[in-house]
Design a protein around this ligand. Structure first.
Ligand SMILES: N[C@@H](CCC(=O)N[C@@H](CS)C(=O)NCC(=O)O)C(=O)O
Length: 223
């Protein structure tokens, strides 16, 4: 049975997995979960796939795994991929940035996305102080990333790793959620290089933008 990946094409977290799978040459069977219809919040989804009601989820035989970073490490392990880093030192650096990215980076970009995009779609009032708080955290993190990326093409070593993919994920919603990344030239240049150098990253961007723009148009939302 092929490895199944459950998720919605509009999700930046799914994009981390679909991009990594393409880069590693791993064919996966995509199972669409329409998040705008709440399909990850059903009792069936939660009891069988992820009790948190979140995607992406991997199913490989009897193995069920959630959290995109864990899924990518699982896929990389299958094919002994250099996306986890080459040397031991690099591998720990990659993990360092992946853990940091989950806790200190995407948490706040997700908050801003939920406030600016999610709440607009649901017709709910935005929480301005939450947006301000998230924006402060994003700026502090982006400043460190910008310094780290000065003169570098990749987060770790001389090649793309899963750390780049995890940290680049919020660029998926940069325009819709209005993340202030444009203020950080090295961060922007690093991401532009990823888009130019890795067709998989550009392909999954096109798929995600298409899904989001079609959905927003279908519900008459202009951000
Ligand atoms: N930390 C998780 C984040 C997963 C997540 O937030 N997924 C969102 C889409 S990007 C989701 O499935 N949301 C569905 C919902 O909230 O109902 C990961 O990295 O996989």
């Amino acid at each position: 049975m092929a490895i199944r990946i459950y998720g919605d094409a509009g999700s930046g977290s799914l994009r981390r997995v679909t991009t990594a799978a393409k880069l590693m040459g791993i064919e996966v069977e995509r199972v669409n979960v329409d998040l705008f219809k709440g399909e990850s919040q059903t009792d069936e989804f939660k009891s069988r796939l992820n009790p948190h009601g979140l995607t992406p989820v991997l199913e490989d035989g009897d193995t069920i795994l959630w959290e995109a970073s864990a899924i990518n490490l699982y896929l990389a392990n299958k094919v002994n991929s250099p996306l986890v880093g080459i040397t031991q030192e690099e591998r720990f650096q990659v993990l360092q940035w992946m853990f940091w990215s989950g806790e200190q980076w995407r948490t706040f970009t997700t908050t801003m996305f939920d406030e600016r995009v999610g709440k607009t779609v649901m017709g709910m009032a935005k929480n301005d102080s939450l947006i301000e708080f998230a924006e402060g955290k994003i700026r502090a993190a982006a400043k460190v990333l910008d310094q780290h990326l000065k003169g570098r093409k990749f987060m770790v070593g001389d090649a793309l790793t899963l750390a780049d993919i995890d940290i680049a994920a919020p660029f998926s919603q940069i325009d819709r959620a209005r993340f202030p990344f444009g203020e950080y030239p090295n961060l922007m240049a690093w991401h532009d290089n990823l888009l130019r150098s890795f067709p998989a990253w550009a392909e999954t961007k096109a798929e995600l933008d298409n899904r989001m723009e079609r959905f927003l148009a279908s519900v008459g939302v202009k951000l």
